[in-house]
Ligand binder design. Structure first.
Ligand SMILES: C[S@@+](CC[C@H](N)C(=O)[O-])C[C@H]1O[C@@H](n2cnc3c(N)ncnc32)[C@H](O)[C@@H]1O
Length: 454
């Protein structure tokens, strides 16, 4: 109804939503949950228990939300810097979702294939619908339009690698790997990780079939993306998804055919499957009932028979010692930022400190669970030395009489020289090449060390 008729116009909330509006609104909502409430992104996107708005979206809108949030998190530092340049003064707190709305719009304008006009118009609509953001609707419009007009000038000379990395992580990587090393790690976080599979046998054949290539120590890296469960070999359980670096630690136990092996902190079971495939009798222990259920589903698909136990390792007591033990301890997961860009923004030095204490307790606890002469492999998907090199150096010192380090050789990990340290630890970085010819760059950040109980 027109205003000329003397009747009020439709309220903002009564107007039909533009196509794609729900996806942007939910993207901003989830982004806010991740960066302000520190909720892990995987949980928000979980099919059964995640964000209800996300679950209600159609498949293509869900993909769009994933893409927007991925770009907004991967480039969060750049977007923040751009907003600093565009705004005369910081946006006051308590302005509803305004910053999240702006981040979502800028992620689309600069890093996704979305026309500026669509991104701006949907952001302005969104601001208009949010009670506390509404007064800033004009500002959203002005700021985004200006960015559209002056993209080059506004975005030039931003040090993307540096600003997209929280300072505490940058400092830690710089201390451990030098300025160039830190920059190379940060650069690797700007793009998505490849899809790697661990196959039960014949990686060359699977690489041919799935149009991938063999990397790491026999992993198959796929160039094409798509639904994993529609790929050849999924139904029959011929392979499972596992990063090329994550596939290295379990193999450090050597020939385990017929041995009793404990997989501690086992879920969702990538390493359990490797141990079972190598012929071990595996006992998989994890504190999380839900995650262990997923492990059991995975083992059923793969046709492996393993014993599973839900237990906190700080309380668990095995009946008999094992021939070998793998401890994939809970960690800050900073080695997985390419796959989980939220990790950079939800973890803190405090988390590393707390996790380091837990790792120390678990290491001390599991030592007597391996028979004398048996091997223990400790690993984490963290880039932080405190959860890797520092942790095991202290472990070796505390138990000098009972254990010795068994250095890892690059021949055991597919010739990946870069991933072995002088001490004989495994230290993979996301900036490392996943094959000795350096054709395939990138793998999860992983640390592993191997000990023998004397
Ligand atoms: C890095 S994930 C393990 C990944 C797994 N090993 C794989 O390869 O698929 C760490 C696991 O440790 C488990 N966890 C954390 N604290 C634990 C504890 N105190 N006792 C047992 N499991 C624990 C978590 O539930 C989580 O599943």
């Amino acid at each position: 109804m027109s205003k000329k008729s003397g009747q009020p116009g439709p309220k903002e909330t009564d107007r039909p939503e533009k196509p794609g509006f729900a996806a942007r609104k939910i993207a901003a909502d989830i982004l806010g949950n991740v960066v302000h409430k520190k909720r892990p992104l995987d949980g928000e996107l979980e099919a059964g228990s995640g964000h209800s708005g996300f679950r209600a979206l159609a498949g293509n809108d869900r993909s769009l939300v994933r893409a927007i949030i991925g770009a907004a998190l991967r480039h969060r530092g750049e977007i923040t810097e751009i907003l600093d340049r565009l705004l005369d003064r910081p946006i006051p707190e308590k302005t509803g979702r305004i910053l999240d709305i702006l981040h979502v719009a800028i992620a689309q304008m600069l890093f996704l294939d979305v026309p500026d006009r669509a991104a701006v118009s949907l952001a302005v609509d969104h601001a208009g619908l949010d009670r506390r953001a509404r007064p800033y609707k004009g500002l959203v419009n002005g700021v985004l339009r200006r960015l559209g007009r002056e993209k080059e000038e506004i975005t030039s000379d931003i040090d993307a690698e540096k600003v997209n990395t929280p300072d505490w992580l940058w400092d830690s990587w710089q201390d451990a790997h030098g300025a160039e090393g830190a920059r190379a790690i940060a650069r690797s976080h700007q793009s998505e990780a490849a899809l790697d599979l661990t196959v039960k046998s014949d990686p060359e054949n699977w690489a041919d079939k799935l149009e991938g290539r063999v990397v790491g120590n026999g992993s198959v890296r796929l160039v094409r993306k798509g639904a994993v469960d529609s790929l050849d070999g999924f139904e029959e359980g011929s392979w499972w998804v596992q990063d090329a670096a994550a596939a290295l630690p379990a193999r450090l136990l050597g020939d385990i055919q017929g041995l009793r092996v404990a997989d501690l902190c086992a879920a969702p079971g990538g390493k359990t499957a490797q141990l079972a495939a190598a012929g071990a009798h595996v006992t998989a222990v994890d504190i999380s009932k839900g995650r262990l259920r997923r492990l059991e589903e995975n083992m059923t698909r793969l046709g492996f028979d393993v014993e599973t136990i839900v237990s906190d390792l700080r309380e668990f007591e095995p009946d008999d010692p094992f021939d070998a033990v793998l401890l994939d301890a809970p960690c800050s997961a900073t080695g997985t930022i390419r796959r989980h860009p939220d990790v950079a923004w939800i973890k803190s030095p405090y988390d590393v400190e707390k996790l380091t204490e837990i790792q120390r307790d678990l290491l001390d606890r599991v030592l007597p669970w391996v028979k004398p002469g048996g091997l223990i492999v400790y690993c984490t998907c963290s880039l932080e030395p405190a959860e890797g090199e520092g942790q095991v150096a202290a472990f070796l010192q505390r138990h000098a009489e009972y254990i010795r380090l068994v250095p890892i050789g690059s021949d055991e990990i597919g010739g990946l020289n870069q991933c072995v340290t002088g001490e004989g630890y495994l230290r993979c970085l996301p900036s490392h090449a996943a094959d000795p010819t350096a054709e395939s760059i990138g793998m999860d950040g992983f640390f592993a060390a191997r000990f023998r109980r004397s």
